[in-house]
Design a protein around this ligand. Structure first.
Ligand code: GLY
Length: 398
């Protein structure tokens, strides 16, 4: 009788897995591969105040940037994820070493909205995994620094104060930096940070999300009246085109805003951006850098957008109430991760990165079809989230 019970439980678990996981995809294989690649760069990356950002075609090693670069937090973030996966003490040492210099961002005048990327990916992961109180202080200071860019007339953060051609610009990427404000408001930073983040998401939803379910990259607002002036692009093909990474900042950013506020309109916004992204996805399952580049299918891909989308879809699948929808978004994330885990996208011996084929800033002819650190970061983030979700499902059925 007991054997029969155990057998039926095993069948149930197997059924659960087959319903939710494409048979051939195994997070462990992909995470082990990530670890191999990350370990390669540990020996190469000597100086903690410079951070891997991209790799030139034909080269194996990373190009480095300083702490002020918007991408500085991703390499320490990759190290924190590698530590989370392995518990390895040497990786922990490296993660701490590369996190420390980013403190500069928290305690100096805000340059732009990227403070969230820089500090939440480094100190945020560090605090989550170690509970180090000193990290918490840096994060609270960083949230206050980010809040200095908030304009109450518009109700959003001024994303790029240096760009004087706009009255007050707010970009879709900025949605990702609200997580730091939401976190700080729950950890002693004050209710005003929550209100700023909520207002920023609301104004973005009403003006930067378009009626065709794509997003503008940049919204220009009147800095005195708050009136929306016009939508623009900066890194996309055209103002009205669908820049792939912008769409995924929107999917993931609104899913986070929905999780933090419980607001259904933010959840619906994330869902409609995700559905539109999936509907327009090319057959091979990875977006071109911009869905409207007339050179498609010869246009370059953007693996980073696929990795960010996978994170957003997993977040969505945790939040939607309908079981079928939860499966839909989880399966979409798994398909993205499984496609990224293929010979075409894995760097392996080509270079020290995890993923090939990302596109940074096509209009400026910069970082086209190369490995970029944030693709690796969000790829690892999505794999770890998926692993936790699958383990949770297994536990629930044991
Ligand atoms: N935040 C700039 C980008 O997505 O390239």
């Amino acid at each position: 009788m007991r054997k029969l019970l155990i057998l039926s439980q095993l069948v149930l678990v197997a059924l659960m897995i087959s319903c939710t996981t494409p048979q051939e995809f195994d997070t462990k294989v992909s995470l082990d591969y990530c670890l191999e690649q990350v370990t390669k760069s540990i020996g190469q990356t000597q100086y903690a105040d410079s951070f891997p950002r991209n790799i030139d075609p034909g080269k194996k090693e990373w190009n480095y940037v300083g702490v002020k670069d918007w991408t500085s937090g991703f390499y320490p973030g990759v190290l924190w994820y590698a530590y989370e996966y392995t518990g390895n003490e040497e990786i922990l040492k490296q993660a701490k070493k590369f996190t420390e210099p980013i403190k500069y961002i928290a305690f100096n005048k805000a340059y732009d909205h990227d403070i969230g990327f820089q500090v939440y990916c480094s100190f945020g992961n560090g605090y989550r995994l170690t509970g180090n109180k000193a990290y918490k202080e840096v994060m609270l200071a960083a949230a206050d620094t980010l809040a200095t860019l908030y304009n109450p007339h518009v109700g959003t953060i001024h994303s790029w104060p240096r760009k004087k051609e706009y009255s007050h610009n707010t970009i879709i990427d900025n949605m990702m930096n609200l997580e730091l404000l939401f976190w700080a408001s729950k950890n002693g930073g004050g209710q005003q940070l929550y209100q700023m983040a909520e207002s920023h998401a609301e104004v973005t939803m009403k003006n930067i999300v378009r009626s065709d379910n794509a997003v503008y990259h940049v919204g220009d607002f009147d800095k005195e009246t708050g009136e929306f002036i016009k939508g623009h692009t900066h890194q996309g093909y055209a103002d009205e085109s669908m820049w792939a990474r912008g769409q995924t900042w929107g999917i993931y950013g609104f899913a986070i805003a929905s999780r933090e506020t419980g607001r259904k309109d933010f959840l619906e916004t994330s869902k409609k951006l995700a559905d539109h992204f999936l509907e327009r996805m090319p057959e091979d399952g990875i977006p071109f850098w911009d869905f409207d580049d007339p050179r498609i299918p010869k246009a370059p891909k953007d693996a980073s957008a696929a990795a960010i989308a996978a994170c957003g879809m997993l977040e969505l699948s945790n939040q939607v109430e309908e079981r079928e929808l939860a499966h839909k978004y989880k399966n979409a994330a798994e398909t993205l991760l499984s496609t990224l885990s293929s010979d075409k996208y894995w760097s392996r011996e080509t270079n020290n990165a995890i993923l090939l084929h990302s596109t940074g800033n096509h209009p400026r002819n910069s970082e086209i079809d190369v490995p970029i650190i944030y693709a690796d970061y969000y790829f690892m983030e999505a794999l770890l989230r998926l692993k936790r979700m699958d383990e949770g499902e297994m536990m629930a059925y044991q």
